[in-house]
Design a protein around this ligand. Structure first.
Ligand SMILES: [Zn+2]
Length: 282
C-alpha cells in the first residue's frame, strides 16, 4: 500500500514538474483592453529557470500537458506567483507604488498594480467622457488647449479604465476562446494577445490616454506630428515606439500617450529611450 501510495505521489510530482518545465511559452501581449481598443501584440518568450526547455506554442504545450498527464492539470504548475492567471505563464511582480515618484510608475506585463488600485480621477477635457488620474488631467487639458489653439483636436478617446473592467473584458475573451474549444491555458494566452491582463495596463493607473484613433495610420495625422513635437512640454511621451517592441512587449501605438512629467518626458524624448530603459528596469 505504502509503495503504491509513494508511486502515486511520485507520479503526481512528475506531472507537476512536467507542467512546470513546459518551459518556453510563446504568447502575445496587448496594451489596452476595452472592446474598442485594438492595442496589441508582440510575441514574448516566457522562460522558467529550469534547464529543461521545450519551445512550444500554446497549442502544442496543451497537447504535451494532455499526453503527460492524461487529465486536466491547468493549475498544476509550480509557479511562484499567486496572480490569478499564473497558470498561463503570467508571473508579474507588484508594481512599485512610490508616491514621491507617482509619475514614473511602471506598469506593464511584468509589473502589475494591486487589485484595489483606484486613483482619484478627473475629466481630461471638459465635455468628454475620458478621465485621467486627477494629477494628470490638468496637464492633458493644457496640452489639448495648446493644440486646439493651433486648430488641432487631441480627442481623448480612452483614458482611465478600472481593473475590474479590464478583468471582465479579459475573462470574457478567455471564455470566448474556450467556447471555440481551446483549453484554459491556451485560451488565456490567446486572450492576452488582444487584451492585457488586469492590472497590467497603464490605463488601469489613469496615467495614459489613447488619443484620436486606435489605428496606426494616426501617425500620418497633423495631431500626431504635433504630439511628437510638443507633448513632452506637457509631460507626455509616446509610450510604445516602433523600435522598442522588444522591450515594451507592445507593438507600436502612435495613439497611446503616457504622462511621466515634463522633466522625464523631455529626457526620454531627447535620449530616444523607452520608459523601461529610462527607469533601467525590464
Ligand atoms: Zn492605450
Amino acid at each position: 500500500m505504502v509503495t503504491a501510495e509513494v508511486k502515486s505521489f511520485m507520479k503526481t510530482v512528475k506531472i507537476f514538474f512536467g507542467v512546470a518545465v513546459t518551459a518556453v511559452v510563446l504568447f502575445s501581449v496587448a496594451g489596452c483592453t476595452n472592446t474598442a481598443d485594438k492595442e496589441t501584440t508582440v510575441t514574448a518568450e516566457i522562460t522558467t529557470s529550469t534547464s529543461e526547455k521545450a519551445k512550444t506554442t500554446g497549442t502544442t504545450e496543451t497537447t504535451q500537458i494532455k499526453t503527460t498527464t492524461g487529465q486536466a492539470v491547468t493549475t498544476a504548475s509550480a509557479n511562484t506567483s499567486d496572480y490569478e492567471y499564473s497558470y498561463a505563464g503570467f508571473n508579474p511582480k507588484p508594481a512599485v507604488i512610490d508616491e514621491a515618484k507617482w509619475n514614473l510608475l511602471l506598469v506593464n506585463r511584468n509589473y502589475i498594480l494591486p487589485e484595489d488600485y483606484s486613483p482619484e480621477l478627473a475629466y481630461a477635457v471638459k465635455g468628454d467622457q475620458a478621465k485621467l488620474d486627477v494629477r494628470v488631467a490638468p496637464h492633458y487639458t493644457e496640452m489639448y488647449n495648446a493644440a486646439k489653439a493651433e486648430g488641432l483636436t487631441l480627442f481623448p478617446l480612452s483614458g482611465n479604465r478600472r481593473i475590474s473592467t479590464q478583468k471582465t473584458n479579459f475573462d470574457n475573451k478567455i471564455k470566448e476562446y474556450m467556447n471555440q474549444g481551446y483549453n484554459k491555458i491556451t485560451a488565456t494566452q490567446k486572450a492576452a494577445q488582444i487584451i492585457l491582463p488586469p492590472g497590467c495596463s497603464e490605463h488601469n493607473a489613469g496615467l495614459a490616454m489613447d488619443i484620436c484613433s486606435l489605428n496606426t495610420s494616426f501617425e500620418n495625422t497633423k495631431q500626431f506630428t504635433w504630439l511628437m513635437k510638443n507633448a513632452a512640454d506637457y509631460g507626455f511621451i509616446l509610450r510604445y515606439p516602433k523600435d522598442k517592441k522588444a522591450i515594451t512587449e507592445i507593438t507600436y501605438e502612435p495613439w497611446h500617450w503616457r504622462y511621466v512629467g515634463v522633466e522625464a518626458a523631455k529626457a526620454i524624448k531627447a535620449s530616444g529611450l523607452c520608459l523601461e530603459e529610462y527607469l533601467k528596469v525590464n
